[in-house]
Write a protein that binds this ligand. Structure first.
Ligand SMILES: NC(=O)C1=CN([C@@H]2O[C@H](COP(=O)(O)OP(=O)(O)OC[C@H]3O[C@@H](n4cnc5c(N)ncnc54)[C@H](O)[C@@H]3O)[C@@H](O)[C@H]2O)C=CC1
Ligand SMILES: CC/C=C\CC(=O)/C=C/C=C\C=C\C=C\[C@@H](O)[C@@H](O)C/C=C\CCC(=O)O
Length: 270
């Protein structure tokens, strides 16, 4: 899929991985709606991107993804600005085992909210033109990161939810692909949380184990993860795919088939 003329909406776009996803989308000709709760960082990024790609290529929309009203308004303003939405990346996330309810609200509930809003605007049965959704989980969505059990739970939830919605989209012919990106440790601000007692809370005593895992796994550059993101966006054969990005490279994750593929069964009438 060519990105020229396509419009993307990226949450948590002001820094880190969201900024990397934004830049690779712009480099390949897309226009991007940047959503972030950090207004200062978002405005600063917008100024920088205006210089590199022109003011018409992006719009920055201050948005707390935990607010249904703010996220709905951001989708509305994206459509107002660019006239379409083809790509949605639910990327915003935090790691805070103390404020664990907020972690669930941002990392999982807001990904569900953003996915449903994206489908509302993109699925063919509501007059949409189809598109692709990339939800950002983590390698911690594939296996436990013991110092962050709630963060781990949210990322496992993103994987499971996204794979199920991808099946819904296939069976209901929405015309929307839904994929999951599972990066390993990457050089962004969230990484510092691994050793911060304020965010590891009752699990601070385990941080040395996590730090050892980080040292063993190595740390990715944002650009390495952004390449994996681009793969999920542009490969039109990928729906329900889970791409893991580690220092060893990228790999699509295979899962046990728990129940025989019901969709293939003639007894399933839709
Ligand atoms: N850095 C890493 O090692 C890994 C990160 N991830 C995931 O990647 C995603 C991006 O994280 P990073 O770029 O690494 O961290 P980051 O902390 O650099 O960036 C996160 C961005 O999300 C924004 N954000 C936070 N709460 C928000 C809210 N309520 N509404 C709107 N925006 C909000 C922040 O302002 C920030 O710009 C997260 O979902 C994270 O869990 C996954 C695997 C590894
Ligand atoms: C403190 C968190 C820092 C950054 C955010 C983040 O999401 C980082 C995650 C990085 C790694 C998580 C690792 C979890 C590893 C183990 O639990 C394994 O069980 C992983 C399971 C499967 C990996 C698949 C494989 O290695 O083949």
């Amino acid at each position: 899929m060519s990105l020229k003329g396509k419009v993307a909406l990226v949450t948590g776009a002001a820094q880190g991985l969201g900024k990397g996803f934004t830049r690779i989308l712009l480099t390949h000709g897309a226009k991007v709606s940047l959503l972030d709760v950090n207004e200062a960082a978002g405005a600063e990024l917008k100024r920088s991107l205006d210089g590199d790609f022109g003011a018409d290529s992006t719009v920055f929309l201050p948005c707390d993804v935990t607010s249904d009203a703010q996220l709905k308004d951001a989708f509305r303003r994206t459509l107002e600005t660019f006239g379409r939405i083809d790509i949605v990346c639910n990327n915003a996330g935090i790691l805070d085992e103390n404020a664990w309810e907020r972690t669930v609200s941002i990392n999982l509930c807001a990904v569900v909210r953003g996915t449903y809003l994206a489908l509302q605007h993109m699925k063919k049965e509501s007059g949409g033109q189809g598109g692709v959704i990339v939800n950002v989980a983590s390698v911690a969505g594939l296996g436990p990161l013991l110092s962050t059990p709630v963060y781990t739970a949210t990322k496992h939830g993103v994987v499971g939810f996204s794979r199920a919605i991808a099946e819904v989209s296939k069976v209901c012919d929405y015309g929307v692909r839904v994929n999951v990106l599972c990066p390993s440790f990457t050089n962004t601000a969230i990484l510092s949380n691994i050793e911060d007692d304020r965010t590891t809370g009752q699990f601070a005593r385990l941080k040395d184990i996590s730090k050892k895992m980080l040292q063993d796994a190595g740390v990715l550059d944002v650009s390495e993860v952004a390449e994996g993101f681009l793969q999920l966006v542009t490969d039109e054969g990928k729906n329900g795919s889970v791409l893991m990005v580690t220092k060893a490279g990228t790999a699509y994750v295979t899962f046990p088939q728990v129940v025989k593929d019901l969709v293939a069964s003639p007894s399933v009438v839709l």
